[in-house]
Design a protein around this ligand. Structure first.
Ligand code: CAA
Length: 258
């Protein structure tokens, strides 16, 4: 009904599940996948009834990278004028919280796509890496920046320079993923996390997300000031009144999402 071929969109209450659906190419991220995933995510982002978006792939591959065959023949001006991969930035600019549920390969653009999401859950089968160097290129969807911020220089340098991959245990230890779950429970668990987030006040969740994201973009003093201003702002919401009244009354809160 939505006309997408490479991504399946499923709504479940206040949550949404986006499933990459290009199995023959291990969900390699070509232009069509980029266009469709970004369009689907932006449509959900505009929907005030959607409180959290989960992005997943298949059991074998979250995504095995950008589409190598599509890039192979291109030249510099081609890539520059198309601003190749720039549309992926829009996924990182969504206001709705996002969860990446990663099983199998998350390589190159696949790893970068997972890192564009807010919460990253890994199945015990997940494999992360930035193997672009083995193709004679470097990461192009933020991998050298986000991986370095997530796991530090030592591991990021090794992964980007040798193309070595990381399993789920190493990725969790390094701080790339928040948790490891059994592969057959991955999507169910990610949807449960999404439902929890979507049960919160949407604007307050947006502000929490914005505040954490700011930590990657500014100094500590500016970040703390930014947080403080948002903290004051939440006192203008009905959901703050409800959340604190519910605590005082010893009952669960019912957020009106505003
Ligand atoms: N681009 C295009 N096609 C891809 C692909 C990719 N990144 N990854 C896999 N495929 C295709 C394969 O070509 C193959 O297609 P055919 O059946 O038509 O030959 C199909 O998916 C299945 O793949 P394999 O037969 O290779 O499966 P495997 O189980 O033997 O190996 C793998 C799995 C180790 C992930 C291997 O497919 C692989 O190394 N893929 C490439 C990984 C990679 O280098 N990713 C980085 C891409 S560059 C990038 O992402 C740039 C950036 O920064 C954004």
């Amino acid at each position: 009904a939505d006309g997408y071929e490479t991504v399946l969109v499923e709504r479940r209450g206040r949550t949404a599940l986006l499933t990459l659906n290009r199995p023959k190419a291990l969900n390699a991220l070509n232009l069509q996948v980029m266009r469709e995933v970004v369009a689907a995510a932006e449509a959900l982002d505009r929907d005030p009834e959607c409180g959290c978006i989960v992005l997943t792939g298949s059991a074998r591959a979250f995504a095995a990278g950008a589409d190598i065959k599509e890039m192979q023949p291109r030249g510099y001006l081609d890539m520059y004028l198309a601003d190749w991969f720039a549309a992926w930035d829009r996924l990182g600019q969504l206001r709705t919280p996002t969860v990446a549920a990663v099983a199998g390969y998350a390589l190159g653009g696949g790893c970068e796509l997972a890192m564009l999401c807010d919460i990253l859950l890994a199945a015990d089968t997940a494999v992360f890496g930035q193997p672009e160097i083995k193709l004679g290129v470097i990461p192009g969807i933020g991998g050298s920046q986000r991986l370095t911020r997530a796991v530090g220089k030592a591991k990021a340098m090794e992964l980007c320079l040798t193309g070595r991959t990381m399993d789920a245990v190493e990725a969790e230890r390094a701080g790339l993923v928040s948790r490891i779950v059994p592969a057959d429970e991955l999507v169910e668990e990610a949807m449960a996390v999404a439902e929890t987030v979507a049960g919160m006040s949407l604007p307050v969740a947006m502000m929490a997300k914005e505040s954490v994201a700011r930590a990657f973009e500014t100094t500590l003093a500016e970040g703390v000031r930014f947080e403080r201003r948002l903290f004051h702002a939440v006192f203008a919401t009905a959901d703050q009144k409800e959340g604190m009244a519910a605590f005082t009354d010893k009952r669960p809160p019912v957020f009106g999402h505003r």
